[in-house]
Design a protein around this ligand. Structure first.
Ligand SMILES: CC(C)(COP(=O)(O)OP(=O)(O)OC[C@H]1O[C@@H](n2cnc3c(N)ncnc32)[C@H](O)[C@@H]1OP(=O)(O)O)[C@@H](O)C(=O)NCCC(=O)NCCS
Length: 165
């Protein structure tokens, strides 16, 4: 079963071999290994927010990487970046399992009302995957990427106006 494992000083090297094919690489990051791009963003806090780096682990091996940026303070949103399943491990359900786990993480995270991401409009495989777990297109950003949002169910979000008796 797939699990999200926070990148630590002990396990970070395990994410370095996760690679995109030459064709897919421009869809996911400017450089490879993608984990190094993620760790740079963690270090400098791109967007002035915290970044949570994850390995995607299955049966003792690392099949992918992903990052979540914490935009709760301004937007009540967690944003997904750099989702990559190793080229040899694709089409085995890991991408969908990773997204479902991130949505569940968001549901457990105080002050989070939605999960958002942006995607190259030519990345039809990823768009189909995002739609299959409830993401909806909301527009296009300045870089020409499609913006997509997965609202969390209202019963998952505490109502700030509600008082307990
Ligand atoms: C997009 C990506 C994360 C999907 O991960 P994955 O583990 O291969 O996807 P899954 O096996 O969970 O597939 C889920 C669904 O995605 C879609 N999909 C995935 N790969 C596809 C492909 N090559 N062609 C068409 N649809 C595809 C399908 O709808 C699939 O559902 P199905 O198998 O029931 O038809 C993976 O292909 C990847 O890492 N791509 C390169 C990096 C990238 O583009 N990241 C997204 C940046 S926004």
């Amino acid at each position: 079963m797939l699990s999200l494992e926070r990148v630590t000083r002990e396990n970070w090297r395990q994410g370095l071999p996760v690679r995109a094919s030459d064709e897919q690489a421009p869809l996911v990051a400017d450089f490879q290994p993608v984990l190094l791009v993620i760790l740079a963003k963690v270090a400098v806090r791109v967007g002035a927010v915290d970044w949570w780096p994850f390995l995607l682990r299955n049966d003792g091996s690392t099949v992918g990487v992903v990052a979540v940026a914490d935009h709760r303070e301004q937007h009540n949103t967690l944003m997904i970046f750099h989702l990559l399943i190793h080229e040899r491990e694709q089409r085995r359900g890991y991408g969908r399992a990773a997204l479902i786990q991130i949505i569940e993480l968001a549901q457990r995270t105080d002050g989070c009302h939605r999960v958002a991401l942006s995607v190259n409009p030519r990345n039809h495989a990823a768009i189909r995957l995002y739609e299959s777990v409830g993401f909806e297109e909301t527009g296009t950003n300045d870089d020409g990427e499609l913006q997509m949002v997965r609202q969390l169910r209202t019963q998952d979000v505490p109502d700030p106006g509600r008082t307990s008796s």
